[in-house]
Design a protein around this ligand. Structure first.
Ligand SMILES: Cc1cc2nc3c(=O)[nH]c(=O)nc-3n(C[C@H](O)[C@H](O)[C@H](O)COP(=O)(O)OP(=O)(O)OC[C@H]3O[C@@H](n4cnc5c(N)ncnc54)[C@H](O)[C@@H]3O)c2cc1C
Length: 478
């Protein structure tokens, strides 16, 4: 097959490599903006299915089929002027000839848009293969997991991040006893702080999912009770029938590397504010793109890039891409989790207010700037109803109320005699250690609100209408 456009000479050729969420959004935007008057569009997809909703991929296990996850009607890609090549990976880019090369032939492009996304990273572990080396990214991956689960009793996910917990939920929905093995000392180490990770672990364990922190799988061998045995340090091990790796993603930049495009420091095609690579004919958008050294593993920034590139290619004014807010709000195994801005309070001078409810394993942290006037971050576990307000405070630099802690206290806190707002000086890690010890030493108190402030800062005033004032007495977590 030769894809060269004998009878379409009047039109330029625009090639999009990758028909994932962002590649598809770009195509939609191009159509909407009239690109087909100027270009013939070739879209190459390594996957055999046209673009589908990866964000809701897990619903494939709970009743949705591939077609219902599709992001468009099939007719969209039958529009005259568009050729969708399904199951046809681009193998090479010849920049000098401006050609993309596939096993079936090549296409000469005027402009090329790379939207090749990411691939799951699987650490090199001896013995990881077949059903002990599954991943969670595509519909085909989920088919493989479903097949492996058919004869399984227990499944383990390696990686306690956002996607790992989603994969654990999927294993549970397939009727397996699910476990999560995480290298870091807490779950969702990127989005949550120590208390948040602890609250999430508690909630997830209550749902019957095993959580194993600070464990690095060294090798996988044959098991005795189950098919595989995951071997950790200190002769610890866990047996399982299947293993899903969710240990992070890597930008799919192989084509770009081989073509000599500039690559970002953490991988990904280096792009400028217009999503243009170092080659003036090649753009990169979505998870395969590295802007200012940053990669964006969420769909919204990718959509923003797609809109910008589509506008530029249609000769329209385009918003430059200037980074994206990575705040996230999600439900993991039915547990609300939210992370906003500087959730870890890394900003110099940042101060925190914390609310902890050990009984329900709910946790909220509000991070404010050095002036104490603006929200710069937050962590939520157990109740995301606070998320939108906190995000608004941060994004619009809204001045904080006189008592910032009121933003994370339950509305009924004023009536609760045991609700405390207090100043703490110790760093979060020290507080978490103390908390864990204290939890095993005595029964939990039901609720406490804690405001952690710098040592020179006066204690916050009592929450408006709330019974307790700042207290130097210990909270439930210390
Ligand atoms: C289970 C799951 C849940 C998620 N939940 C969320 C969420 O709640 N919120 C959120 O913002 N994000 C979420 N994400 C992330 C989100 O799905 C991604 O940010 C988004 O899909 C990125 O889109 P993309 O087009 O850049 O990459 P992808 O969607 O990965 O698409 C890239 C496509 O390019 C194809 N490709 C690669 N190389 C080639 C080649 N050489 N030739 C042809 N085709 C090629 C790939 O096969 C793939 O189909 C989730 C992801 C997963 C897996």
């Amino acid at each position: 097959m030769n894809f060269k456009n004998a009878n379409l000479k009047a039109l330029k050729t625009l090639v999009v490599v990758g028909n994932g969420m962002v590649g598809h959004h770009c195509v939609e935007q191009l159509i909407e903006r009239g690109a087909l008057e100027h270009y013939h569009l070739h879209v190459f997809s390594e996957e055999p299915m046209r673009a589908y909703d990866r964000v809701h991929l897990s619903e494939y296990f709970t009743g949705r089929d591939a077609e219902s996850l599709a992001l468009s009607e099939a007719s969209l890609y039958q529009t005259p002027g568009i050729t969708l090549h399904l199951g046809v990976p681009v193998l090479e880019i010849d920049r000098a000839r401006r050609e993309v090369i596939t096993a079936q032939g090549c296409v000469t492009y005027d402009t090329l848009v790379l939207a090749t996304g990411s691939y799951p990273f699987v650490p090199p572990i001896e013995g990881a293969e077949g059903d002990s080396r599954l991943v969670y990214r595509t519909l085909q991956d989920l088919d493989a997991i479903r097949a492996a689960a058919a004869n399984a009793r227990r499944g383990v996910v390696v990686g306690g991040g956002l996607l790992g917990l989603e994969a654990a939920n999927a294993l549970k929905s397939l009727g397996l006893e699910a476990h999560v093995v995480e290298f870091a000392p807490r779950l969702m180490p990127v989005q949550l702080d120590d208390f948040g990770g602890l609250a999430l672990k508690t909630q997830i364990e209550r749902l019957g999912v095993g959580v194993h922190l600070s464990r690095a799988t060294q090798s996988i061998s044959a098991g005795e009770q189950y098919r595989y045995r995951m071997n950790f340090a200190n002769d610890e091990f866990l047996e399982t029938d299947l293993i899903v790796f969710s240990a992070g993603i890597r930008a799919q930049d192989a084509l770009a590397r081989e073509a000599g495009l500039e690559i970002g420091p953490r991988g990904g095609v280096a792009i400028n504010d217009e999503c243009l690579s170092c080659d003036p004919h090649i753009y990169a958008i979505g998870e395969c793109a590295s802007w200012n050294g940053s990669l964006f593993g969420l769909v919204a920034p990718g959509y923003q890039m797609a809109r910008g590139v589509a506008a530029l290619l249609c000769g329209q004014a385009a918003e430059p891409f200037v980074g994206a807010d990575m705040s996230t709000k999600l439900k993991l195994l039915g547990v609300d989790v939210g992370s906003i801005g500087d959730a870890h309070a890394h900003t110099p001078g940042a101060r925190s207010y914390q609310f902890i409810d050990e009984a329900s394993a709910s946790y909220r942290r509000l991070v404010v700037d050095a002036s104490g006037k603006h929200v710069i971050g937050a962590v939520l576990v157990g109740d995301n109803s606070y998320y939108d307000t906190l995000l608004q405070y941060m994004q619009n630099a809204i001045a904080l109320p006189a008592e910032p802690a009121s933003l994370i206290l339950p509305s009924s806190a004023a009536r609760r005699p045991w609700a405390l707002a207090r100043c703490r000086n110790r760093p979060p890690s020290a507080r978490a250690t103390t908390s864990t010890r204290a939890r095993s030493a005595r029964p939990s108190m039901p609720v406490a609100a804690t405001s952690a402030c710098s040592s020179r800062r006066p204690r916050p005033a009592p929450v408006a209408g709330a019974a307790p004032a700042c207290s130097s007495k210990s909270s439930s977590m210390s």
